[in-house]
Design a protein around this ligand. Structure first.
Ligand code: THU
Length: 158
């Protein structure tokens, strides 16, 4: 039996054309990005979560001289939300980044470990989390659910 998985996403030339609430979350992600601690990679990542009660939670990458001890921006934000506001659903996560690690035309997209964590947040709350990815060249992708970023994620396939 052959099966197929596909999903639709929106692509915009920049984030200024998003709806007002989304723009405010993007701005918070940029604000968080500037405060990242990334002296080793010099690649600063910012994440902002919009919770269902309207709060915006920020996170950024936190590196360490023992490299694997650091943590990505997305997980810093999600774990902070989980620790401080358990039970309040995440409606949206926006991720932005800046640095020479990759060409500016390269797609900025969360790493596999962050996708797994994002997926568990989505499944726990039983409500999709929208994702906004702003590339370094400003191209902006909007994705409706973490499920689309990690189909067949560990422990979550239905
Ligand atoms: N990083 C993130 O913060 N999020 C990702 O999804 C991928 C990578 C961070 C980790 C490290 O501090 C730097 O970017 C370079 O990999």
């Amino acid at each position: 039996m052959q099966k197929e998985y596909s999903f639709k996403f929106q692509l915009y030339p920049n984030w200024e054309s998003l709806q007002t609430v989304d723009i405010s979350v993007v701005n918070k992600a940029f604000e968080a990005m500037k405060k990242a601690y990334a002296p080793y990679s010099k690649f600063k990542v910012g994440a902002a979560l919009l919770l269902e009660d309207g709060q915006i939670i920020q996170g950024n990458n936190q590196e360490n001289i023992a490299y694997p001890s650091g943590l990505c921006a997305e997980r810093v934000a999600l774990f902070h939300a989980g620790a401080q506001f358990p039970g309040i659903a995440v409606d949206l996560i926006c991720i932005v980044a800046k640095g020479d690690l990759m060409p500016i035309s390269q797609l900025l997209s969360p790493c596999g470990a962050c996708r797994q964590v994002m997926l568990e947040s989505e499944n726990r709350q039983n409500k999709p989390i929208r994702i906004i990815l702003v590339n370094q060249d400003n191209r902006t992708m909007c994705i409706d659910s973490v499920q689309n970023l990690l189909p067949f994620g560990f422990g979550t396939f239905q």
